[in-house]
Design a protein around this ligand. Sequence first.
Ligand code: 3PY
Ligand code: ZN
Length: 633
Amino acid sequence: LFLENVVSHPLFRSGQCTTRFIDETPELFRFTPRRDRATRLLRFIGDVVVNGNPEVKGRALPKLPMAAPVLPKGGHAGEIPEGSRDIFKRLGAQGFSEWMKNQERILITDTTMRDAHQSLFATRMRTADMLPIAPYYARQLPELFSLECWGGATFDVAMRFLKEDPWQRLDKLRAAAPNILFQMLLRASNAVGYTNYPDNVVRYFVQQAAAHGMDVFRVFDSLNWVENMRVAMDAVIESGALCEGTICYTSDIFDAKRPKYGLKYYVDMARELEKAGAHIIGIKDMAGLCRPRAIRELVTALKQETGLPLHFHTHDTSGGSIASVLAAVEAGIDAVDGAMDSMSGFTSQPSLGALVAALEGTERSPGFDAGRLQPVSRYWEGVRSYYAPFEPEIRSSTSDVYRHEMPGGQYTNLREQARAMGLEHRWPEISQAYADVNLLFGDIVKVTPTSKVVGDMALVMVANDLTPAEVLDPERDIAFPESVVSLFTGEMGFPADGFPKALQDKVLKGKEPLKGRAGAFMPPADLDAVRAKAEKTVGHHISDSDLASYLMYPKVFTDFAAHQSHFGDVSVLPTPVFFYGMAENTEISVELDPGKTLIVDLNGRTDHDEEGTAKLFFQLNGQPRALKVDKAG
Ligand code: 3PY
Ligand code: ZN
């Protein structure tokens, strides 16, 4: 047993290992017999076949077996050409920032592996579907500026719902595509969570992400408060990575009725971000509100006022985003985001194919033609069909977004929350309540986590048939959700003009709001003590990245660890098996490790007996295995 683990490790064999070795490779010190992995996976498969995956309960499930996505023919092996990451490594952060400005071609980020699925199907895309295409990106699309593949909601969803380790996803992708910059979304002091963390936790998280190969950190604050971004920005800069200091765009710079979000607001913020050390300025139009005229004006002004490259991110909820991206390109933007065609449109990013085709033959063409995207897009099309049960019913663009201003990444999630509360049929009221809550809260920036608070309150209003006047009425007692109390306390920071005083008093019921940045009032986490506590809870040694997960989400991490010890690493299972199980008389293959494959056949099953137990008959690499599974609940 021992021989399979520690002793065969090259570092151990070199005789150079110290106690750090245990810290850095804890997996080698978990002495689980190898064949247990197969048994545990079989246990998981059996459970899904008999009881269903709780994550898809109540959804319309696809018919099994499902066709596998088709990978492009060829182009996945052989030499890896130079890409943006090689250039970055050569030039360093400052030099790379200059390099970006000197490019005539437009630089392109593909968001398919992060924001696109976050916005289209509730962040459910699994690592197993990302990994096979990564070698093609490395070889066929080395001209891409970056792959946005981590952060935002993907971090907690990975552990919470997909039962997989986000760090392992990053490591595996990194190994498969070492030449293209990886980009993540970081919610500044909220890191990848929903509320502020102590400063040393934010720093620790950034250090871990950088050590695992993250290159571009898109750092934003959900109230556009630069003061609240500094800790995260400094940590990124100190780690040697690229810091994209980001402005969240809301309202409309031309709306005379909302003058606080005029051009000056954004220019001032960009200047502050430049002073704070950003290497790139991100314009994050999370709801897709920035129309062509506005982005043209914004890019022109920010180019004049800052010496930094600009990167535009938008959503296609209204259907109008490609026009905005092209306007940005014409105004001289340096980099833009899009998603592969089959993963684009609606609440996701605009289509990369459309963008590249529009720029073909111009001096701003990205250096590859739209044809090169098609095989990759076809692969994603197959992947997307796996996740159909997570897609909302709505099929078309909706320019109604200019009214409710809901971020693309939230739209499908809020509809999901509404569905879970039995309120989906009242969606028009919910979206109106969302707009009303924004005004009640003082017309704030709405992006994770503030957008979630606005959504929570909107659901409460609709569920309880509350009007805005009733919410404000001092005589009327309202049970505000915890997230609303947290917002008005200042735990997510403060908007530049503060919160409306009367509502704040009503929400806080005499409790004092914070007098400044939440991080300044939080004692630093004792990382050794937290680690010891986490290890005691999960019952084994944890790695540095496990600690980062635990610091972000203690309960989610411990539940995930318990799932892993019961079922093993389920991230290696094909997606249809993970969510929908296996049909009788079908076979799947599972790659446990490179070159180590498990063939699983489900030959038949019995119904539940009186005790509620069903028997499943498998073959595991040709050997018969029977498995008893109890009925859930
Ligand atoms: C996130 O924070 O996850 C977002 O996508 C915000 O737009
Ligand atoms: Zn987005």
